[in-house]
Design a protein around this ligand. Structure first.
Ligand code: 3SL
Length: 234
């Protein structure tokens, strides 16, 4: 039976070798929710980069450029990190370059996976169906916040592991913790996420609408997959 592990923060990634595994990177608030939304709403591809300098270089080449630091849009870029931007504008067919505080960093640290996928509540069921069909060792990498564990990413890991059920063997205690933590939400994600530190951070920046959007479970049926440094629809 394939194994399922959860790495709760990229700071622990050295303990979870990704090679030979499918890796699902998640950053519920808001990077991976944004990626699922952007591709579902017509963006052709997303190039995730770690630095604003790399993002700006791609912007000069004609990419639409999204940059976020500490929850806010970085000056000089076209977009920040709100999934709602992709509903409010028509970016069909555009290539997007994206850098965020934690999400794109987590992707770059997971690049030696045999397959790198993007997970969010927005694409939970389609992702779990795909992973069940793959029958392959799985590592869920939570982006966290500046090296720390994030409650909402842990809940997503638990939700995905719960959906995968008996098709996977639980490979580490953090996978078990995530499952138990998710069970404690009793399907009331909003109340649970309101307790998280990133909820408070975004709430203080008056970004509450994004949070409700990011927990709209199964809004989309698309899985972003990394292919030659670009995320495209699987
Ligand atoms: O850290 C990240 O990658 C972002 O998702 C954080 S924020 O939601 O844009 O503040």
């Amino acid at each position: 039976m394939p194994s399922l592990e959860v790495c709760l923060t990229p700071e622990l990634i050295h303990l979870y070798p990704a090679d030979g595994k499918i890796v699902v990177v998640t950053d519920i608030l808001r990077a991976t929710s944004c990626m699922v939304t952007a591709l579902s709403e017509g963006i052709e591809s997303i190039t995730p980069v770690s630095t604003t300098t790399e993002c700006r270089e791609l912007q000069k080449l004609g990419y639409l450029a999204a940059a976020e630091r500490n929850g806010e849009q970085v000056e000089g870029f076209d977009l920040g990190n709100s999934p709602l931007s992709y509903l409010e504008n028509n970016f069909t067919g555009r290539k997007l370059a994206m850098t965020t505080t934690n999400g794109t960093l987590a992707i770059n640290k997971s690049k030696n996976a045999s397959e790198l996928l993007i997970g969010a509540f927005l694409n939970l069921s389609v992702l779990s169906d795909y992973l069940k069909a793959c029958h392959h060792d799985l590592l869920i990498v939570c982006a966290g916040w500046k090296g720390m564990v994030s409650y909402e990413d842990t809940l997503f890991a638990g939700a995905l592991a719960t959906k995968l059920g008996n098709s996977f063997e639980i490979g580490c205690d953090s996978a078990m913790l995530s499952i138990e933590q998710y069970a404690n939400t009793n399907d009331d994600l909003l109340s649970a996420i309101k307790k998280s530190s990133h909820y408070k951070r975004l709430h203080n920046l008056k970004i509450s609408k994004d949070i409700e959007f990011c927990i709209d479970v199964d809004r989309y049926a698309l899985i972003p997959r990394l292919d030659h440094n670009q995320l495209v629809s699987l």
